[in-house]
Design a protein around this ligand. Structure first.
Ligand code: GRF
Length: 198
């Protein structure tokens, strides 16, 4: 049985991409087929190349506010890689409903909050500011609405009184690296039940 092909989109260091890539070995039914970034300086690109994975860059800046034109370029290497599943992993560009609709039902994202709380940015600071007792991360199917699709998994951490946004982000990131690979494997295997960690 041939492996399912997973493309991963990144914008930065790619620690989630590394966790996903390093999980797709041995009896895992999927393999990475492309790591694609909107930023040529993304640190994750070197990590992907070190792992022998094809990479591509489509810089969003030349397209200024023309999101559709950027996405038309982004689609070229992405469709050429013929992915069965697309994972957004620290990908910091908002995608239009048209782009998402091409991958509806086979595109995942990880967001650093317990959705539906704290969609958007600065999630760790917002949780601390709100005085929440806990925080965490969510893997969800991507739909046209930002950070809003069906939840596939969540991981919870407690917020300690001494936590800063940076210390909390570091705690959550460790759980992201467990949650995303676990959810991806279940997803590839057709399991849509919600995974709760720990
Ligand atoms: C992380 O905070 C993650 O929650 C969000 O993007 C940030 C960077 O992730 N998705 P990575 O190290 O580039 O995977």
């Amino acid at each position: 049985m041939s492996h399912r092909r997973v493309a991963i989109l990144i914008s930065g260091g790619g620690s989630n991409m590394v966790s996903l890539v390093d999980s797709m070995t041995r009896d895992h039914p999927a393999r990475p087929c492309l790591v694609l970034s909107n930023d040529a300086q993304a640190g994750g690109l070197a990590k992907a190349r070190d792992r022998g994975i094809e990479t591509a860059v489509v810089d969003h800046r030349p397209f200024k506010g023309d999101r559709a034109a950027f996405e038309a370029e982004l689609l070229k290497p992405l469709e050429a890689a013929q992915p069965d599943i697309v994972c957004l992993a620290g990908f910091m560009r908002v995608l239009t409903g048209d782009f998402v609709s091409r991958f509806q039902g086979r595109m995942l994202n990880i967001h650093p909050s317990l959705l539906p709380k704290y969609k958007g940015l600065h999630t760790h600071a917002r949780a601390i500011e709100a005085g929440d007792a806990e925080h965490g991360c969510t893997v969800h199917e991507v739909t046209a609405a930002l950070d809003d699709g069906p939840i596939l998994g969540q991981a919870r951490v407690t917020i300690a009184p001494e936590d800063t946004p940076d210390s909390l982000a570091a705690k959550v990131l460790l759980y992201e690296h467990q949650l995303y690979p676990s959810v991806l494997r279940r997803y590839v295997e057709g399991n849509r039940s919600v995974l709760m960690l720990p």
